[in-house]
Design a protein around this ligand. Structure first.
Ligand code: NAP
Length: 346
């Protein structure tokens, strides 16, 4: 059977803040069967993860592009791949059968033609919505869990600061920190997000960084005795201000630097004298470095969700056509929680 398959491409490299007009939706004839003897697998995409790291792949050059396989450059006009959950429609590979649910690196499209190597895992059954496997139970959850517990080695009662705190990773870091018994403050880009952090997610406090004139004194106000752990999602001026306010032997986990992705003029220059004399640890990481703790993360997080101790915040849009605005929206602060495209009804 032949269908029309819609997919998203970039028209050209994107060097600064992305715009919807940088993208194009293409349509191609697509066969929903595999040739005999082929080991191809055809997947109907159900949920597509929308993630900020893709912007570095869309640039003509970024130091991230050679670092790890999932960060390889995206060629204008060619399909874009990313984390997707789909259902097998047809398979020439004996390990995968029609209707299997699979999570892998597939196209930003309605259907994907994939090889076994693109599939990270099968999802055998789920008591939760499938989309959770892209966020709270997937790489966002692992980033929050491993970055916080493995890198920062937090202790109950410590003071924790999280940036982009209402986002996919940030909201989970804050919730894990509260579950451990830390004092947690988050920053986010709107009053609505601030209210969510304080009223729904149990953060001790939160502020809208866009309304603050001097981030050093803002952090001093929220942490008069200093910060033990800073979970950095944004880099730039917030990282500089956090370093000024870190306690002696404070730990900074650098998960991402989103304020720098679309602004080549913005690079954090933290006070390194503070780093030396306060003996601050600053460490970058990738979730992929922590597959050894995946099982531990997964079991604990499932329990927290089941018991209602951890809230799941998703921001869902329908249809392939909404992928450009969903992606661009990450850099405007449009999303609250994990940004997902739901194609289940398509
Ligand atoms: N190391 C890893 O393995 C790993 C894995 C996943 C994600 N990450 C990184 O973690 C960070 C968060 O990713 P996510 O998937 O959870 O995305 P997200 O936080 O759900 O979405 C991005 C959010 O970043 C904030 N933002 C956008 N531009 C900003 C700017 N110029 N300054 C400050 N905040 C800005 C916006 O919220 P506001 O309204 O609050 O501005 C936006 O909603 C990103 O830096 C990402 O690259 C790293």
């Amino acid at each position: 059977m032949e269908v029309k398959n819609k997919y998203v491409v970039i028209k050209h490299h994107i060097e600064d803040a992305p715009k919807e007009s940088n993208f194009e939706i293409k349509t191609v004839d697509f066969t929903l069967s595999v040739e005999s003897g082929s080991d191809d697998i055809i997947v109907k995409n159900l949920y597509i993860s929308i993630d900020p790291y893709q912007i570095s792949r869309m640039k003509s050059h970024s130091s991230s592009q050679g670092a790890i396989s999932f960060a390889l450059p995206i060629t204008p006009g060619e399909p874009i791949d990313g984390a997707v959950i789909g259902k097998v429609v047809a398979s020439g590979n004996a390990k995968f059968h029609k209707d299997d649910l699979v999570l892998g690196v597939f196209s930003w499209a309605e259907y994907s033609l994939v090889k076994e190597g693109n599939i990270l895992r099968k999802i055998e059954s789920s008591e939760f919505p499938l989309s959770y496997y892209l966020g709270v139970l997937g790489f966002n959850g692992l980033s929050a869990y491993a970055g916080f517990f493995e890198l920062c080695k937090p202790v109950k009662g410590e003071k924790v600061f999280v940036s982009a705190a209402s986002g996919a990773v940030g909201n989970l870091v804050g919730q894990y920190a509260k579950l451990l018994g830390c004092y947690v403050v988050g920053c986010a880009g709107s009053q609505k997000k601030v209210a969510l952090l304080k009223e729904k997610l149990g953060f001790d406090d939160a502020f809208n960084y866009k309304e603050e004139k001097d981030l050093n004194s803002t952090l001093k106000r929220y942490f008069p005795d200093g910060i033990d752990v800073y979970f950095d999602n944004v880099g730039g001026e917030m990282l500089e201000a956090a370093i000024v306010n870190m306690k002696t032997f404070g730990r900074v986990a650098v998960c991402g630097v989103i304020s720098e992705y679309t602004n080549t003029g913005m690079r954090a220059s933290p006070n390194m004298l503070d780093v030396v004399y306060k003996r601050i640890s600053i460490k970058g990481f990738l979730a992929a470095d922590f597959l050894n703790v995946f099982e531990d993360f997964f079991i604990k997080t499932l329990d927290y969700i089941r018991s209602g101790k951890l809230k799941v915040i998703e921001d869902v849009s329908p249809a392939v056509e909404s992928i450009p605005s969903a992606f661009v929206g990450l850099f405007r602060g449009d999303n609250i929680g994990k940004k997902i495209i739901n194609l289940e009804q398509e």
